[in-house]
Design a protein around this ligand. Structure first.
Ligand SMILES: NC(=O)c1ccc[n+]([C@@H]2O[C@H](COP(=O)([O-])OP(=O)(O)OC[C@H]3O[C@@H](n4cnc5c(N)ncnc54)[C@H](OP(=O)(O)O)[C@@H]3O)[C@@H](O)[C@H]2O)c1
Length: 277
């Protein structure tokens, strides 16, 4: 019989728990008996989860690395020392042409989504290594394999996060700690509504307009976040490090398989067509 997730990981810290995938992950963990500390920049956005006594709302903004580190430290003390499971899920998109966008936008995104996240992972992993038990999950994206158009900062941040996961998978080999590089395809969340649009008038540039339309219609047709939560639950129960792709059959199974067999130039041309470029 499958173990309950709480038998393996009694406590969890989930970033970006107020919406979309993070909210679904938190709800799944609570249903599995896990005590969850979930974060949002504004903790009042966590009210529905906080109705469950096993959930603790935490204020955390990835834009402030030092404060985010303290938020994790305080939560870990309340959880009894170190979290058994940490799901690094918080993130956002920024959409714009690379050269037309102020570099500060890309820099802020890399600092928040890659550097602050890595810093939190270091703290979390230290605690897990000390007790030789735990699981660290980085929510990257299938954008690591199929970069999204006009989202260069996002693509860089997610590729960096996957590279960190791969490094940590090596470093934790043979220990009681596992690391999961969780790569969602499109999921129907408010991700595009929260997206920073960095180019003054994307509609004025037909390439940007077509790419935006493709991003919008892909998300509208995408599965709901409960599917990602079910995939995460399965991965946690397996107790193995590695890459987990999650999403529609086409995006998470077929496309990665075909991309491995086809020449890179063909994959690039097909992806460009998919996004109307
Ligand atoms: N939806 C997809 O199709 C998809 C595909 C691949 C990967 N992903 C990844 O999955 C993760 C969740 O995305 P989602 O689709 O669920 O998006 P979402 O519905 O917009 O939720 C994003 C979550 O991240 C938090 N967040 C955003 N910026 C933050 C910041 N600077 N500091 C702290 N927290 C921040 C938000 O919290 P507050 O705004 O309340 O602070 C919210 O809880 C992201 O890392 C995203 O890149 C999503």
């Amino acid at each position: 019989m499958n173990p309950r997730v709480s038998d393996l990981y009694p406590t969890a810290f989930v970033t970006g728990a107020s919406a979309g995938l993070g909210r679904a992950f938190s709800a799944m963990l609570l249903a599995e008996g896990v005590r969850v500390w979930g974060t949002a920049r504004d903790p009042s956005r966590l009210a529905s989860l906080a109705a469950n006594p096993a959930f603790t709302a935490v204020g955390l903004d990835l834009a402030d690395a030092a404060a985010a580190g303290s938020a994790l430290d305080h939560a870990a003390v309340a959880a009894g020392g170190a979290f058994d499971l940490v799901v690094q899920n918080a993130g956002y998109g920024a959409f714009g042409e690379f050269t037309a966008t102020d570099f500060a936008v890309w820099q802020a995104q890399l600092e928040a989504m890659l550097l602050t996240t890595a810093r939190l992972s270091q703290t979390a992993l230290r605690g897990m290594r000390a007790k030789d038990r735990g699981c660290l999950v980085h929510v990257a994206s299938l954008a690591v394999e199929f970069p999204l158009p006009f989202m260069s900062g996002y693509n860089m941040a997610k590729a960096g996060l996957s590279a960190l996961s791969e490094s940590l998978i090596f470093e934790t080999r043979g220990t009681g700690v596992t690391v999961i590089d969780f790569r969602p395809g499109d999921y129907r969340t408010a991700f595009n509504q929260a997206m920073q649009t960095t180019t003054a008038a994307p509609a004025a540039d037909p390439r940007l307009a077509r790419a935006w339309l493709a991003l919008e219609s892909n998300l509208e047709a995408a599965p709901l976040p409960v599917r990602a939560a079910a995939d995460l639950r399965r991965a946690l129960r397996r107790r193995r490090s590695g890459v987990v792709r999650s999403g529609s059959f086409f995006q998470a199974r077929l496309a990665p398989l075909l991309a491995r067999l086809a020449p890179a130039s063909l994959v690039r041309a097909t992806t460009a067509r998919y996004f109307g470029l």
